[in-house]
Design a protein around this ligand. Structure first.
Ligand code: SF4
Length: 349
């Protein structure tokens, strides 16, 4: 019998997953093929959560379905590369940039839209980081810098502090936003030193990626509380995933849990056209029906915006249910129960 791995070690391979009982040994050969195409990494916290929850396991444990590549699947589904003025930087909208400070993550999600580029290949080299920061400094239209990756919170607190100080020195950068899985998947990285580093910029926002309430372990909840108590505003983004959270109950539970943790649900993403992730994708009509049902049950505080990131780098578009149409004379507005009501604009003067 194979000995269990020590509790603090992340799982990096199919052999690790077999040893931990997360996949049967008989599946190992096909999953090795999957792992050669798309990396595997599961933190100890998510290993434990995956044992207790299929929706968590599906997000991190590879499956043979990932070998099915549909003709619509794309290597760069949201067009990061189409808008890169210098390596490591995406400048798609005039007032904001995405700075890819690392390609490394604490977990590798099986549906990731950057699954072709993420990996344990290290952080953005210093010369490229300097060039990206120079570009930001000489582009006054940039008001917001979004740190992503990979996952920016795999960087040490010392590196984060250095980066925040440099961004704080650029007067036109009003806001720094970090997109991260870390507080959920490896919450003990949210240390006092990390929080102090984040707070070196006066307007830092942290956006948590989480897809199911079963990910919100006691340790994750404590990490989010530490951030909220320190005054760091928290948002969440989730991906609508078949077999994970494509039900009213799963989404309602997740969004209510987040708001109780002082995290505002921000975006529900329609699943991107990442290669080998088609089995996770719902239809847009299914997503709209879920959002319509949730609107009748949850306050606006709990409701994210359902968005599609257009393939090719054309940006995000809200694709939620439509409550409004115009009949040529007046607006027709559909209420939560399907009733239709007329509404007229003020007469033009
Ligand atoms: S943590 Fe984010 S960037 Fe990393 S694999 Fe998951 S979705 Fe992709």
């Amino acid at each position: 019998m194979t000995a269990a791995l020590p509790p603090a070690r992340a799982l990096h391979s199919v052999a690790d997953l077999v040893a931990e009982g997360l996949v049967p040994a008989a599946d190992a050969p096909v999953l090795e093929t999957v792992a050669q195409a798309f990396r595997v990494r599961v933190t100890p916290q998510m290993r434990d959560a995956a044992r207790a929850s299929d929706p968590v396991a599906r997000q991190f444990v590879p499956s043979a379905q990932e070998l099915t590549i549909s003709p619509n699947d794309l290597a760069d589904p949201i067009g990061d590369d189409a808008h890169a003025p210098v390596p490591g930087l995406t400048h798609r909208y005039p007032d904001r940039v995405i700075l890819h400070v690392t390609k490394t993550c604490e977990v590798y999600c099986r549906f990731c839209f950057r699954r072709e580029t993420v990996g344990e290949t290290g952080h953005l080299p210093q010369a490229q980081l300097d060039a990206a920061l120079d570009y930001i400094a000489r582009t006054p239209a940039i008001w917001e810098v979004i740190l992503t990756g990979g996952d920016p919170l795999v960087l040490s607190a010392r590196r984060i502090a250095h980066l925040m100080a440099r961004l704080n020195a650029i007067p036109h950068v009003g806001v720094v936003r970090l997109h991260t899985r870390v507080p959920v998947v490896v919450p003990d990285r949210v240390t006092d030193a990390l929080i102090a580093a984040l707070r070196l910029h006066p307007a830092v926002w942290v956006v948590i990626h989480t897809n199911h309430a079963d990910e919100l372990t006691a340790a994750a909840r404590a990490a989010l509380a530490r951030l909220a108590d320190a005054g760091v505003p928290l948002l969440s983004q989730s991906v609508l995933l078949r077999g994970v959270n494509d039900s009213v109950q799963a989404l309602e539970t997740l969004f209510r849990a987040l708001v109780r943790l002082r995290v505002k649900p921000y975006y529900l993403h329609h699943c991107d056209l990442a290669r080998g992730a088609g089995h996770f994708r719902t239809t847009i009509a299914e997503g709209q029906a879920l959002m319509a049902a949730l609107r009748g049950r949850l306050s606006g505080t709990c409701l994210p915006t359902y968005v599609l990131d257009l393939p090719g780098g054309f940006g995000k578009v809200p694709v939620g249910p439509d409550y409004l149409r115009h009949d040529g004379e007046r607006w027709l507005v559909t209420d939560l129960n399907g009733g239709i009501h007329g509404y007229s604009d003020p007469a033009e003067s």
